[in-house]
Design a binder for this molecule. Structure first.
Ligand code: AMP
Length: 195
């Protein structure tokens, strides 16, 4: 099963992708996590991405498309995957379609978590507080100033991705304002058709 989870920062993509990954035994491919690993390891991509991510801007399309192209070739992704945080631009969505059709593969589901923007900042600040309470270093971009920039990027560059999939009849929407467990249940119901 090949799935994309869309939604603005703080919508719950990471949490829900993890659950989908466990239930369907497919890897969760988060470009944000992969980039944070590259930043920590100070790889050439990490060095390039670090300041962009700290500012809440988008890493160039060719960088993330390259990361995903390599990652979906790995053995554990052969039977499927869930993409979390990718595609974030229409160009990335087009590159993914081209990549998959070259291999004779297609997406099974594109699901968007619909959320109230007002609630998102509170969620982001809560994620920061929870990480700090666990003694973990919080994400450098989980603060109000960077959040506002990430939302602006989302509106300008990423919201059109939903339109891209809707135009071709591939978009489903789930109410992301319900509790974490309720959202998971809604997603599992939608995805059951493809299992
Ligand atoms: P995330 O963990 O998905 O919230 O991503 C954190 C940051 O990584 C974003 O604010 C971007 O700077 C960068 N990033 C992650 N995925 C992408 C992507 N598909 N395209 C461009 N930048 C990305």
């Amino acid at each position: 099963m090949r799935i994309i989870l869309l939604g603005p920062p703080g919508a719950g993509k990471g949490t829900q992708s993890m659950r989908i990954s466990e239930k369907y035994s497919i890897p969760q491919l988060s470009t944000g996590d992969m980039l944070r690993t590259a930043v920590a390891a100070m790889t050439p991509i990490g060095l390039r991405a670090k300041t962009i991510m700290e500012k809440g801007e988008l890493v160039p399309d060719e960088v993330v498309v390259g990361i995903i192209a390599e990652r979906i070739e790995e053995k554990d992704a052969k039977e499927g995957f869930i993409l979390d945080g990718f595609p974030r631009t229409v160009a990335q969505a087009e590159a993914l379609d081209a990549m998959l059709s070259e291999k004779g593969l297609k997406l099974d589901a594109v699901v968007e978590l619909a959320v109230d923007e007002e609630a998102l900042l509170a969620r982001i600040l809560n994620r920061r507080a929870e990480m700090e309470a666990r003694g973990e270093a919080p994400r450098a971009d989980d603060n109000e100033e960077v959040f506002r920039k990430r939302m602006a990027q989302y509106r300008a560059a990423t919201a059109p991705v939903s339109g891209y999939y809707a135009e071709s009849g591939r978009l489903k929407t789930v109410d992301g304002m319900k509790s974490i467990d309720e959202v998971t249940a809604l997603l599992f119901t939608d995805l059951a058709a493809y299992a």
